[in-house]
Design a protein around this ligand. Sequence first.
Ligand code: SF4
Length: 432
Amino acid sequence: MRSWPSSRWMSSPGHTNPNPPGRPLTASLYVHVPFCVLKCAYCDFHSAPISDEPGMADHFAWAVGEGASHWAALGALDDVASIYIGGGTPTTLGPSLVSLVESVQRGARLVSDAEITVETNPDTTDPALAGRLIGSGVTRFSLGVQSFDDAVLRILGRCHTATSARRAVDALLDTGARVSVDLMCGIPGQTLDSWTASVEAALASGVGHVSVYPLTLEEGTPLAIAARVGEFDAPDDDLAADMMQAACELLGAGGLQRYEVASYARPGEESTHNSGYWTGRPYVGIGPSAASMLPAALFEAAIACEAWSDPGVAGVGKTLDSVPPGTSRVRFLRSADTTAFLRKPVGPPEEVEFLTPAQAAAEDAMLGLRLAEGITEELAERAGGTEILGTLEARGLVEHVAGRWRVTETGWLLGNEVFEAVWHAGTRRGLA
Ligand code: SF4
């Protein structure tokens, strides 16, 4: 593999570098572990039960380490603000997960207060493993609970109970790490009482971060099929909105403030990694189906690497020659083929999207509005969104305060409408 010092792409002409000259790129690192114990009934993520082939977990950890070395050699991991090991359920890897966490840090330079999160589920949360992960540098766990109601968990096809979820929260908090809990609303058969009891249980558990999401019925999942054949009613959007509002009130009263449309935290417990996605921080993705978003010049450096010069295993991956002129950033996706990733951890992506500065600004504005702090006037202007934000302000969906645009309480309930309107205004302008 050829590699370049970081300065090669920092100063590449014609491309936007998000950092001041001479400073390394501040980036996040995401690792996708595509294994779970069982497939949940609503899930369309790239995940499957882990194979019982001997050495599989170690092999996967090795492959991720290879990916991290590749990006470190290109200078993409010189200033890492956060690492997120997600999936899937990374803890299905067992002790090999500790090697994985250690290997992604090798070659990377982490900022002094870097956040390292591991996603886990109640059924695979082992206190001894959690302790070893803390020893390897993990600072935060994100636990997929979804509900503290066993009847709702059964509908979702989750393979844990409310009791095992409580036990897992306690075990993770005992490590001293920060802990986040994911909850899901708008589930068929879930009542407002069941939902508020789950939110209260999350609050009572003592975690410092809660994410709440309405269920989306993804085409082809067992839950979507069951709804289509009339086994369940499809989720009721109005009830889901009431649930999101109830969560906002309960969590706020319990000291967890909303800092993003679906995320609540005690002060100082906001997710550094997720905040990066909402503020345009570049990210490197490693693993099957992992997405990356990098400045164009760094992507160009990767194209020139030997490891990217062939289409990869079994034709997986694109052959790429160059980045189109006028590209500001590039988003790209590895193939969702786990076997191909294990055979060739470093290779060309399967999907690539080249963004102009105008498209990148529209995306930053749309994502930034998800945050309670909103976006600056300068970004709104650059994204071509000032006029539409004025229209949304007249409808009471956004407000303009102290030089920033931000979503109002009413606007949160129609968040998707607000985000899409800003995105479309910006991209229309980008295409003009
Ligand atoms: S645990 Fe998460 S990734 Fe795994 S099957 Fe369930 S929803 Fe999908």
